[in-house]
Ligand binder design. Sequence first.
Ligand code: PEP
Length: 273
Amino acid sequence: MSSRQITVIANWKANLPPSEEVALAKAIAEELGSALKVKGSPSSLRLLLAPSALGLVPVASLLRREYPEAGIDVAAQDVSLSSAGAFTGEIPAEHFVGIAPAIIVGHSERRRDRGESDEAVGVKLARVVAAGLAPVLCLGDNLPSADIAARVDFVQAQCAAAFAAAERAGCNATQLYAAGLVIAYEPVWAIGTGNPASVEIAEAIASGLRSALNREELPVLYGGSVDAASAATWFGTPSARTGLDGLLVGGASLHADRFVAIVRAALAVTEPA
Ligand code: PEP
C-alpha cells in the first residue's frame, strides 16, 4: 500500500455563476458526507474545488461553515502577475491568503487564450510561493501523435522554463517544493476532447519530470477528459498504485454525481483511517 497522498482538483473554469458554484459544492459535500474522513486518513486524500474568482469566497465559506466534516477545500484557478497595488481588475496572490490554500498556474487555456508564456508562469509561481500558498503548475504537450519520448522531452523543457523563470523572479526549486508544489500533466489534445491520454503516457511524463528534477516525491497529477467510468484506471489498486498522485478534472467536475464517483475511485486506493 502506497502512502503517497492523492490530490483531486475540480476545475470549474468560467462555467457557472457563483450561486450555481455554491449549489454544486453543496451537492458534492452532501454526497460525500464524511467519506473522506471515514475512509482516508486526514492526509491521504486532498480534495480541492476550484470555482471562479467570484465563487471562491462563497464556496469556501459554505464548506467551512456547513461541511467542516467533509474535508474539502478550495483552490484558485489563476493569479495575477502583479503584487498588491494599483492594478485595476487584478487579484494578487496575497489576497487569496485565508481563502484558497492552493492556486492553479499555467493552465493551457491561459497559455492559449491569453498568450501566457513560461516566463509569466514562472513569475506567477513565485508570487504564489511568496504569499505562502501552494502552486499547482499545469504542463502539457500539444503533440497528439508524438511518441512518448518526444512528449517527455517537451514537458521536461516546459517545466525547466517555468522553474528558471520562477528563479529569476526570486523563487528557487527548493522554495517551490517547500510551498507544496504539485504538477498537473494536462496534454492540450486531451482537455475537453473526450480523448484522454493513456495511463502509460501520464506515468512516463511523471517519471520523466521526477528524474529531471531529481525529486522522486514530486506529486504529479493527470488532467484531460477524465470521467467517472475511467477514474479507477488513473489510481490503480491499493497494492499497485499507478505512478500518478491524483487528477485535475474539468468537465466531469461540473456534475456532482460524476465528480463524486471520481473521488470514490480515489478513496478506494487510500489507506483506511
Ligand atoms: C482541464 O481543463 O483542466 C481539464 C482537465 O478539463 P477536462 O477534464 O474537461 O478535459
